[in-house]
Design a binder for this molecule. Structure first.
Ligand code: C2E
Ligand code: MG
Ligand code: MG
Ligand code: MG
Length: 283
């Protein structure tokens, strides 16, 4: 009897595993075709000056408009892009598209925006990343100061010496460097004095419970102080409420990103936000 149950369990689990493997393969094939079929789109979420409500720039966030599945979340497909190496061609497309969009906004008279692109660890480790970025900037003619890269602590820690060299090159070119999801990586703080960084981006997990958790509030305050002591600027992500905004304003957080102002939106909706002028600081 026990043996029969074991066998049934085995059959059950092997069915589940098969379904998972099929699903994965399906996604992978879909991803391979998505670029050529034009199924990717960049959404833009404003980065706002805390004191004035001015839109300083945006973070570009990848969206996959799947013909059958609808909009697939990056949390679901970015890891698969990394595992399969597809993040390299997709990442090239992201940088080029973000630069072309920046050029478009420049031509519409919004010429001092800074557009941030997320760089995944695999993308960051490409030997020819710098060359490709230089070419994209030259081909589009946008000022490197208008481009920002967001790298995660864990991503940046993988090969310290190489990371420092690459980041230094980007910094010398005038590109803005931010540490994304700051405070959640498994890394020592000592890298902060060696990395050429402009901005720390406080992870949204610390912002979420800002109003109810003294500990999260204390961590947020410490990150703001730390950033400013090192002469970095600091931005908070995941800012959803007036209370979040007011707290961060009182603590001197320079920039704000989150649903309080706007979710990530398609480029034409972002243009509309730009046309409206500064974002209202109260609801
Ligand atoms: P991330 O870079 O930390 O991006 C922030 C995420 O928080 C985005 O999710 C954004 O939509 C979401 N968010 C923004 N404001 C709020 C808010 O007020 N509340 C809440 N709850 N969430 C907010 P998204 O777009 O789903 O992206 C998730 C992650 O996927 C990103 O985290 C990033 O790690 C990765 N990702 C997205 N686009 C790209 C890309 O173009 N390239 C790479 N390499 N990774 C990307
Ligand atoms: Mg980011
Ligand atoms: Mg983040
Ligand atoms: Mg994140």
């Amino acid at each position: 009897h026990a043996k029969a149950i074991g066998k049934n369990n085995y059959q059950f689990y092997s069915k589940v595993l098969n379904a998972e493997a099929t699903e994965r393969l399906d996604m992978e094939n879909g991803l391979r075709r998505a670029l050529a079929r034009g199924e990717f789109e960049l959404y833009y979420q404003p980065k706002v000056a805390t004191r004035t409500g001015r839109i300083l720039g945006a973070e570009a966030l990848l969206r996959w408009n799947h013909p059958e599945r609808g909009r697939v979340s990056p949390a679901q497909f970015i890891p698969l892009c990394e595992e399969t190496g597809l993040i390299i061609p997709i990442g090239d497309w992201i940088i080029r598209t973000a630069c072309l969009q920046t050029l478009d906004w420049n031509r519409q008279g919004y010429a001092d925006l800074r557009i941030a692109v997320n760089l995944s660890p695999l993308q960051f480790r490409q030997p020819d990343l710098v060359i490709k970025v230089v070419e994209t900037l030259e081909n589009t003619g946008i000022d490197p100061a208008q481009l920002e890269f967001e790298v995660t602590e864990s991503g940046a820690m993988e090969d310290m010496e190489k990371t420092i060299r690459t980041l230094n090159t980007f910094k010398e070119m005038g590109i803005h460097i931010s540490i994304d999801d700051f405070g959640t990586g498994h890394s020592s703080l000592s890298y902060l004095k060696r990395f050429p960084v402009h901005t720390l981006k406080i992870d949204q997990s610390f912002i979420r419970n800002l109003s109810t958790s003294d500990k999260d509030a204390a961590i947020v305050c410490s990150i703001i102080t730390l950033a400013h002591s090192l002469e970095f600027s600091v931005i908070a992500e995941g800012v959803e409420t007036q209370e979040h905004l007011e707290f961060l304003g009182r603590q001197g957080c320079d920039e704000i990103q989150g649903y309080f102002f706007s979710p990530p939106v398609p480029s034409h909706d972002f243009t509309r936000l730009l046309q409206q002028g500064p974002m209202p600081l109260t609801t």
